[in-house]
Design a protein around this ligand. Structure first.
Ligand SMILES: Cc1cc2nc3c(=O)[nH]c(=O)nc-3n(C[C@H](O)[C@H](O)[C@H](O)COP(=O)(O)O)c2cc1C
Length: 330
């Protein structure tokens, strides 16, 4: 049974990767993930705001706390709110590399093109095998067009690709007007894989205190549906490896993602909930499923439910939409 898959130039033993999460801050957790058969370690992100804050802190020191900068800085989370500062993050790459034998994938996370992307080079120099680039941005200015939002993402990817030679995966949100076109542009720009999707973390409203409250809820399998849908559409139409992230909890979620056309999946919530042993369980169950269904390799299963051979995907989507609405009978 061949479970191997390619991700970011790496030959992984199987397609179930623990995704970016705080687990990698602690070397014991990292070792437990390796023992649980993780094929790679994905670090949590180093954020644009952290890198800029270092720059702003330096500037503030020189300018003796100039008022305008104090205001700008006040929107940023305080340095203590991040687990690892930028320098510590780079050191952690080296520590994880020493602790385990599997590849270490680092993660940069931001929203604007700018000097912060230079950190990609430092991440490469620190020994990361590859880089995930998460771009999380919600436009709130009515003057900003969809094309400008796309441009911003593409510009960040372009500058990161120019800074490094290690492979770069881009983790995006689903909120773009034409994902196939955007995916195609990112591929042309040199992105080595596309991770579908960022979760959109909506804060809740506290209606008594009139406050907006950040909350972190783990995902549920219901979130997988949209990922499967877009993976099936993009697979075969845009020649870029696809990774499903979001809502992968059970083995059938893995199977469906691969059948939709993904090279691999990432799992975070289920591992945080059940511990690293869940990863081993998923790998064993995947193998068992494939044996029972007479699959010899992941490659044989990949894309069997993608829209690759569909002559008119737009019409297919529209038909499914109409059929779904007819399912309800009062
Ligand atoms: C506690 C926590 C921390 C996370 N930190 C990051 C991060 O630093 N960078 C990132 O790109 N994604 C981060 N994520 C998102 C996950 O990598 C993943 O995309 C998301 O949780 C969806 O996968 P899941 O349904 O398996 O949880 C984080 C998720 C959780 C729950």
């Amino acid at each position: 049974m061949n479970l191997t898959t390619d991700y970011l130039g790496l030959k992984l033993a199987h397609p179930i990767i623990p995704g970016a999460s705080p687990l990698c801050d602690n070397l014991d957790h990292v070792r437990r993930l390796e023992d649980a058969r993780a094929p790679a370690i994905v670090m949590h992100s180093l954020f644009e705001e952290q890198i800029l804050q270092e720059g702003i802190a330096h500037h503030l020191f020189r300018e003796q706390q100039e008022e305008s900068f104090s205001e700008a800085a006040s929107f940023f989370p305080a340095p203590g709110e991040f687990a690892l500062g930028p320098e510590q993050y780079l050191e952690q790459i080296g520590r994880i590399k020493t602790a385990v034998d599997i590849p270490v994938i680092a993660s940069l996370n931001g929203s604007h093109p700018g000097g912060w992307v230079d950190y990609a080079k430092r991440i490469q120099e620190a020994g990361a095998a590859a880089l995930e680039l998460t771009v999380y941005f919600l436009p709130s200015d009515p003057a900003v067009t969809g094309a400008e939002v796309d441009w911003r993402l593409i510009e960040v990817v372009r500058s990161v690709k120019a800074a490094v030679t290690i492979p770069v995966a881009v983790k995006i949100s689903p909120f773009y007007s034409s994902l196939p076109q955007l995916a195609s542009q990112l591929h042309d720009m040199g992105a080595d894989a596309l991770i579908l999707f960022n979760r959109f973390y909506q804060p809740d409203f506290d209606v008594e205190n009139l406050e907006v409250r950040a909350r972190l809820e783990l995902s549920t399998p219901a979130e997988l549906q949209m990922r499967l849908h877009w993976t099936a559409i993009l697979a075969g139409r845009v020649p870029i490896p696809l990774i499903v992230s979001g809502g992968v909890h059970g083995v059938l979620d893995v199977v469906k993602s691969i059948m939709a056309g993904a090279n691999a999946v990432q799992v975070v919530s289920a591992i945080l909930k059940h511990g690293p042993a869940h990863l081993t369980l998923l790998v064993n169950q995947l193998k068992q499923f494939m044996e029972e269904q007479d699959y010899r390799s992941l490659e044989q299963m990949r894309g069997s439910l993608s829209l690759k051979h569909c002559p008119n995907p737009d019409a297919f989507e529209r038909t499914n939409y109409l059929r779904t609405l007819q399912l309800w009978r009062a």
